[in-house]
Design a protein around this ligand. Structure first.
Ligand code: PMP
Length: 386
């Protein structure tokens, strides 16, 4: 008789079940295989007590209204979520002041970035992006065999929009602007974006990723939504994974012209969302206090961390997002390893900024644990000597 799967051991049970499928053909032939090696246990996740500051999630979680909505969604779990997809798409269009057919939902904004690559890139096209930036667009672009053109950030770690625009030629299918930028947390201002949109050829699609826009405090910033309906070659990408605290549920969306939405939609998996996250997203939009409340908590944490690190003589890139980049003064890899061994999980290394550590802003308690571990691993600089 099959053993019931326990919730805690579920991943392990599934992994073993898959392992069993892999050996099944040999068994079917009647062969008795010697046990060459014990089965590899499934990779362990982060220890339960670990401080997770590696993926720029919201440590405070979703809105209470979103949590309640997800519980309610159990009642409709048996049904495909088409009607809810429509309801959320209409709600998002209203929220942003655009039309329903300007909106496309994705399984996280990652799926939107992939759909844009599939729709606008080919082997004879180029894709332009900053270096470093969030890697997904260039990573998915490899499948299309489009040529990647990487433009280094300016000395103050901002997008070099002038060089990026100059790199957009006849063959450029996409130019990616991550605003605020992951991993630096720097922004492109409203005026810089306006000039960039005016300068990039209309044959190039401009993909503006606003995953971290809700954390921005700088008044010079503006969402690219302002140009939806005006710039025909613009796509704006948003996610529910960051300030809305729904990274584990997977939902993102794009806004663009009807034509661009149709182009991208051809690469979409049918029913790429689910009832629980759709209900949660609708509830999140209704909870108007959520974004300012969570932005404030993150900003407070960011200010506290920067002030503490400054006392140690450390340089931190001023960030408009929910993470910060810290100069550790030498290769960051051993620092990452040492922090991990203390159950503090920082961001990955970005090879073009090899001495910098990216840290997500966690709760005050998590920030205190990070700082204690960081100070143990990277001793304070002697500011007097500097
Ligand atoms: N864009 C940026 C800038 C990101 O940092 C991330 C994830 N960290 C994503 C998109 C993808 O997020 P998701 O698929 O969860 O929406």
């Amino acid at each position: 008789m099959n053993q019931p799967l326990t919730r805690r051991g579920f991943a392990r049970d599934v992994a073993y079940a898959l392992g069993a499928c892999a050996v099944a053909p040999g068994l079917a032939r009647g062969a008795v295989e010697p046990a060459a090696a014990p089965p590899t246990p499934p990779q362990a996740g982060p220890p339960p007590r670990a401080v997770r500051l590696d993926s720029n999630e919201n440590p405070y979680g979703p809105s209470v209204m979103a949590l309640e909505a997800m519980s309610r969604s159990q009642k409709i779990a048996a049904r495909y979520p088409d009607a809810l997809e429509e309801e959320l798409s209409v709600a998002l269009a209203k929220f942003h002041g655009v039309q329903r057919d300007n909106i496309l939902l994705g399984c996280g904004s990652g799926e939107i970035l992939r759909m844009a690559d599939m729709a606008f890139l080919r082997p004879d096209r180029t894709v332009v992006a900053a270096e470093p930036t969030f890697e997904a667009v260039l990573s998915y672009a490899k499948v299309t065999r489009a040529e990647a053109i990487k433009i280094p950030l300016t000395p103050d770690y901002r997008h070099d929009l002038s060089r990026m625009a100059a790199a957009c030629g006849r063959r450029t299918g996409l130019v990616y602007v991550c605003n605020p930028n992951n991993p630096t947390g720097t922004i492109v201002s409203r005026d810089e974006l306006e000039a960039f949109i005016a300068r990039v050829p209309k044959t190039t699609t401009i993909l503006v990723d606003e995953a971290y826009c809700h954390f921005v405090e700088d008044a010079a910033y503006a969402s690219a939504f302002e140009w939806i309906g005006k710039a025909p070659n613009l796509i704006v990408v948003r996610t529910f994974s960051k300030i809305y605290g729904l990274a584990g549920m997977r939902l993102g969306y794009a806004a663009a012209t009807k034509e661009a939405i149709e182009e991208m939609g051809r690469h979409r998996i049918w029913s790429n969302t689910n009832a629980a996250v759709l209900e949660a997203a609708i509830a999140s939009l209704l909870d108007t206090g959520h974004v300012p409340r969570h932005r404030r908590a993150v900003t407070d944490g960011k200010r506290w961390l920067s002030a503490e690190l400054e006392k140690d003589g450390r340089t931190v890139i001023p960030s408009e997002a929910n993470f910060a980049m810290i100069d550790v003064g030498s290769d960051v890899e051993p620092v990452i390893a040492a922090l991990r061994s203390r159950d503090v999980l920082p961001g990955r290394k970005f090879p073009s900024l090899p001495n910098w550590l990216r840290v997500t802003i966690g709760t005050p308690q998590e920030m205190r644990r990070f700082l204690a571990a960081f100070r143990a691993v990277v001793p304070a600089r002697d500011i007097r000597a500097a």
